[in-house]
Ligand binder design. Structure first.
Ligand code: MSP
Length: 501
């Protein structure tokens, strides 16, 4: 049986439409999912929407639509974003679904039965945007949320607490035993030290609103939206006692933004420890995007819309740009000028031009057919070995440094460009050295096919178009000239990547 890989994105709040941040998290996950499928893994890729809580109710009221219509329409928008960006998720979980609510109730019942929930009152400063309490020290000027910049509200309510503090030692032990649990490494010590400093118990129910999952032991309360939401990683596998759960749990990697690392590396593992469920293996934390140097925000009117980007430049160009600049450990800055410049330099010049150059030469000198070669020269054989060596690519993908994997493929394309320029096959054909010219072109065609497979996870549509141009459609990671020899290439020249002005 194939090895499995279970990976997740956060589930997205539906109070607003999908934006660059959501697209980014989902594309990272999609690249990892597609690459691992290529390596032969049995992949389950979960994403979805986070639909409960005060801010969703407020957004629905503001929109003037009934809540049920509002959440359906917004969830649909996120599904459309996935289709447009070619996100290859296996399931899409919505927290308003009956299945999800049932699973949350089961998990919270185990935690309760384990004696880890008790009644109390809570007073604190609450940010509706984050759906989280803050201590005064963490706020800007003592009253504004560091993420949303908006004023927090003072809330006092009867609540039930989860004994988070009880799990401090067990969490520390898990981190120590699994030093790669939190990636990139630079984020590890930040979390470790905060947990080491001590953990307060966590208020996990609310009485101030009722749009959520009822707390099964006191119906005046609904569950805190974060506890509800985190359980999606289990309801997305159809719940605990299911064959999907048995096959895929625990997650191999949970991909999240830096703002929600506490929930995923501390609260979620503690809830799982209490419920007696094994812990996720890794959490991959990415930085945030600013836009042309500013924080992306509705107020500044600089929110990047993935729909508009895909319409304007094509989803693969958008995907490529985000992945080419995806610094995991730090923030990145979105710039349209840079998107255009990188499209022109890397996609159009380095990759697209090479493909169209080879297609033109084959049409001109080889009857539009990739020549059959029985024996390559030593110089070619040496070069084939360089192209064939995909260890670095596989290692980079497997350790989730996917940007480096992309750089590695692009570098190989640059080597191919250099090779064709040095070998000048057009001269060979003109000077009746046909066999040498044929060997060069055959070698380059097969190299392009091979490398295009490694581009698949990043630019799935364009990578396939590359293979179509060469008439070589096999989807496997084999490097074998038998596959492409005799293939008919496209008769007419086609521009794979248009230059952007
Ligand atoms: N609903 C919660 C997650 C619950 S998971 C159990 C949530 N949703 S969110 O819609 O606000 O954010 C989802 C993801 O988008 C997060 O990983 C967040 O980091 C990411 N981003 C939001 N804005 C972003 C940028 N400007 N740049 C990059 N990613 C950003 O949090």
């Amino acid at each position: 049986m194939n090895k499995t890989l279970y990976l997740t994105t956060p589930i997205y709040y539906i109070n607003g439409s999908p934006h660059l941040g959501h697209a980014y998290t989902s594309i990272i996950a999609d690249v990892i999912a597609r690459a691992h499928r290529l390596f032969g893994k049995d992949v389950f890729f979960l994403t979805g929407t986070d639909e409960h809580g005060q801010k969703i109710v407020e957004a629905a009221q503001k929109s003037g639509s009934p809540l049920a219509h509002f959440i359906d329409a917004r969830a649909q928008e996120f599904k459309e974003m996935n289709t447009l960006l070619n996100i290859s998720n296996s399931n899409f979980i919505r927290t308003s679904s009956d299945l999800h609510k049932k699973v949350v109730t089961e998990i919270i019942t185990s935690i309760y039965s384990n004696g880890d929930i008790y009644a109390g009152t809570y007073r604190g400063l609450y940010c509706v945007g984050c759906e989280a309490y803050y201590s005064k020290d963490d706020l800007i000027d003592g009253n504004r949320c560091p993420t949303h910049q908006q004023e927090v509200r003072e809330l006092e309510e009867d609540t039930y607490f989860f004994k988070l503090g009880k799990y401090q030692d067990k969490l520390l032990e898990y981190y120590e035993k699994n030093p790669n649990f939190i990636l990139p490494q630079t984020r590890f010590s930040e979390i470790y030290n905060r947990v080491k400093a001590g953990l307060d118990d966590l208020s996990i129910t609310r009485t101030s609103f009722d749009w959520g999952v009822r707390f099964p032991f006191d119906h005046k309360h609904v569950l805190y939206v974060w506890v509800d939401a985190l359980c999606n990683y289990i309801s997305g596998l159809d719940g605990i006692k299911t064959s999907t759960f048995a096959r895929f749990w625990p997650p191999d990697v949970q991909i999240i933004g830096k703002d929600i690392s506490w929930f995923h590396t501390v609260i979620w593992p503690a809830l799982l420890l209490s419920a007696g469920i094994s812990l996720p293996k890794q959490v991959l934390i990415h930085g945030w995007w600013t836009v042309e140097g500013d924080k992306m925000s509705k107020t500044l009117g600089n929110v990047i819309d993935p729909f508009e980007m895909s319409r304007e430049y094509g989803s693969d160009v958008f995907r490529f740009y985000l992945m080419y600049n995806a610094h995991m450990g730090s923030d990145s800055n979105f710039s349209l000028a840079e998107l255009k410049q990188q499209n022109n330099a890397v996609l159009a010049n380095n990759i697209g031009n090479l493909v169209s150059r080879v297609v033109t030469l084959l049409n001109q000198y080889c009857n539009g057919t990739i020549p059959m070669i029985t024996e390559f020269d030593p110089e070619e054989k040496k070069f084939i070995e360089i192209i064939k060596d995909n260890k670095k690519y596989v290692d980079e993908i497997s350790s989730y440094t996917i940007r480096n994997a992309l750089f590695d493929v692009i570098e190989k394309f640059a080597e191919l460009n250099k090779y064709i320029t040095d070998r000048k096959p057009w001269d060979d054909f003109k000077q009746s050295n046909k066999s040498r010219g044929e060997k060069t072109l055959a070698m380059i065609c097969e190299s392009i096919r091979f490398l295009s497979l490694q581009l698949d996870p990043f630019i799935p549509i364009k990578a396939q178009e590359i293979r179509k141009s060469l008439g070589t459609m096999n989807i496997n990671l084999d490097f074998d000239f038998k596959y492409s020899a005799g293939s008919k290439v496209l008769a007419e020249k086609r521009i794979l990547f248009a230059k952007l002005e």
